[in-house]
Ligand binder design. Sequence first.
Ligand SMILES: N[C@@H](CCC(=O)N[C@@H](CS)C(=O)NCC(=O)O)C(=O)O
Length: 215
Amino acid sequence: MTITITAFEKSPDRGQGLARDMRVRWALEEVGQPYEVRLVSFSALREPAHRAIHPFGQIPTYEEDDLALFESGAIVLHLAQRHAGLLPDDANARARAIAWMFAAVNTVEPPILDLQTTRILERDKPWYEQRLPLVQDRIRVRLSELSTRLGDARWLDGSFSAGDLMMVAVLLRLRPSGMLDEYPRLSAYVARAEERPAYKRAFDAQLAVFTNSLG
Ligand SMILES: N[C@@H](CCC(=O)N[C@@H](CS)C(=O)NCC(=O)O)C(=O)O
């Protein structure tokens, strides 16, 4: 079985690990599966060959034998269900870990993406200065709720799971804004995840794409 994922040929984040192939790389490292990476340019994303795998013309995608998947959350869930290491054995704990995966992409990530959209695409609008704090406050509501639930625990629900992997991947997108620093428990939670050897291997691999392309 050969696993191939797609990633940006030229990473817009310059290898900070914020592109969504990072979640998939990290999950693959956690479950110990080797993988290959097909780098795609922005124009190739729009080509029929790529759209056949990803209807929205984005990265990451995942190919394994005759299975092709898109959506980082679905890919991580597929890996977590097929291989040991990212979901608990107990059925209820497993369901809760999957709930955290959905919470990451469906509840916590949207306001964070909204901030990125605001900063990048709406900066020149006359209402930008009014809108920015509203967007930031919506993020703070979620961070505060998440921090309260995490409390002093190491992970969201027992052992590290795919739920933590997705949540940390989403929270990392906030780092450039400095907002994560307002929540010491969440900052420590993210730092704990970044210490995982699987995270470091995945980070180094995605960074190498960028640093190698400079040479
Ligand atoms: N919900 C999707 C989002 C995928 C996504 O937004 N990918 C970005 C890179 S992180 C992308 O390909 N952007 C280029 C584009 O949309 O043209 C997922 O989680 O996989």
